[in-house]
Design a binder for this molecule. Structure first.
Ligand code: CP3
Length: 345
């Protein structure tokens, strides 16, 4: 369907191979900042857009066609696999995931079912298959990491301090472990199914794990993340791990069998390298700079590109998702700027 040759710069960078230009994609590259997305969203609930593979594929392709990015990310949510295992979740515009039956006890954890991707989320697998026919860039599959999923499941929605989640972790160690085990199994099963269907890389979003200090991360989270990335390693597909405000966990992450580490804007790429991070890196422009004057945005992007290209294995991205008030034209211009960047030029 697509006459253009396959653009594999993103996959090469994941493997720390040299690339002719710096590959770029953006977290939340499909979203409300796009008029086309808003028009489709006006007709469907968020999950409906997921359930109809053709719509899911269309929304996934939008930023590839409109911005010219080097990778597509499946249009779904980290909450997508939770509904079928018994979590009553809805996505409310401007709020995020809201859950009507939050986890409060071991009994609640034990009630959660097991994910069977082919029967529970066949539409995701179908959308991946359709996209592989249509795309000339790699397709990234994704899942939420256990801590980040648990934070929504326990708090019942978005949270600032995750105090219910952390209190559960500290006071109900057995239930917490059971929850991490279940969510770990689910993440492995779900991502392996996405890879089987055709996803060419996978990103694990641990957006809120920066709420933990490094010691708690080691105790409560590192084992399950180790298990997840070890299982994915068997597939040979590149893996990415991302979190917000998690710079203090980078050395823990560097020990995981993951290929790429995603940084937010709080820690520079230079500092991450100086700390001893040896993985390929992805990031990390502050998404609020998309709302700043172009000259400022360009100067910051250039600084990041210069740091990123010090070593092979660098993918440009934002430090977190695009805000709905960003402009399509700004992202188009930024993408062109990244693609035309030459080291030491
Ligand atoms: O383009 C893409 O990035 C792919 C699709 C994608 C979405 N969510 C679509 C979405 C991806 C990869 C996610 C991941 C996700 N979802 C994360 C991890 C990344 C991150 O942002 O930290 C998290 C924490 C969630 C949970 C979630 N879902 C939030 C915080 C929100 C946003 C709330 C809002 O309205 O701003 C959602 C909803 C959501 N997921 C939207 C999109 C496009 C907006 C939905 C809408 O149209 O109302």
């Amino acid at each position: 369907m697509n006459a253009k040759p396959f653009n594999d710069t993103f996959l090469k960078a994941c493997r720390k191979e040299a690339t002719e230009h710096v590959p770029v994609w953006y977290m939340r590259q499909a979203g409300r900042y796009q008029p086309e997305y808003r028009a489709i969203r006006a007709k469907h609930s968020f999950f409906e857009m997921n359930y109809i593979p053709e719509v899911c594929a269309e929304v996934t392709r939008l930023p590839v066609e409109q911005l010219g990015v080097d990778a597509a990310i499946l249009f779904a949510d980290i909450m997508t696999p939770l509904q079928p295992i018994g979590v009553d979740v809805n996505i409310e515009s401007g709020i995020g995931p809201v859950i009507s039956n939050p986890i409060r006890s071991l009994a609640d954890v034990n009630r959660l079912g097991e994910l069977d991707p082919l029967s529970h989320v066949p539409y995701i697998m179908e959308a991946i298959k359709i996209l592989r026919q249509q795309l000339n860039v790699p397709l990234i599959g994704f899942a939420g990491a256990p801590f980040t999923l648990a934070s929504y499941m326990i708090e019942g929605g978005p949270s600032k301090h995750y105090h219910k989640t952390k209190a559960f972790m500290y006071t109900e160690p057995e239930a917490w472990q059971a929850l991490m085990d279940k969510l770990g199994d689910m993440t492995i099963t779900y991502l392996k199914a996405q890879i089987e269907a055709g996803a060419q890389a996978v990103q694990v979003f641990d957006s809120w794990v920066g709420a933990l200090n490094d010691e708690d991360y080691r105790t409560y989270i590192a084992p399950v993340m180790h298990r997840i990335f070890s299982a994915l390693k068997e597939t040979g597909v590149p893996t990415i791990y991302f979190g917000v405000g998690a710079g203090h966990l980078l050395l823990e992450w560097n020990q995981l069998p993951v290929d790429v580490v995603g940084l937010d804007w709080r820690m520079t790429i230079k500092k991450a390298r100086e700390l001893g991070v040896t993985k390929a890196l992805q990031g990390n422009l502050d998404p609020t700079l998309l709302l700043a004057p172009w000259e400022m945005l360009e100067a910051k992007a250039k600084e990041i590109l210069e740091q990123g290209t010090e070593q092979p294995g660098y993918i440009f991205n934002l430090g977190h998702g695009i805000f709905p008030d960003a402009k399509v034209e700004t992202l188009q211009r930024l993408t062109q700027f990244i693609h035309s960047f030459k080291k030491n030029a």
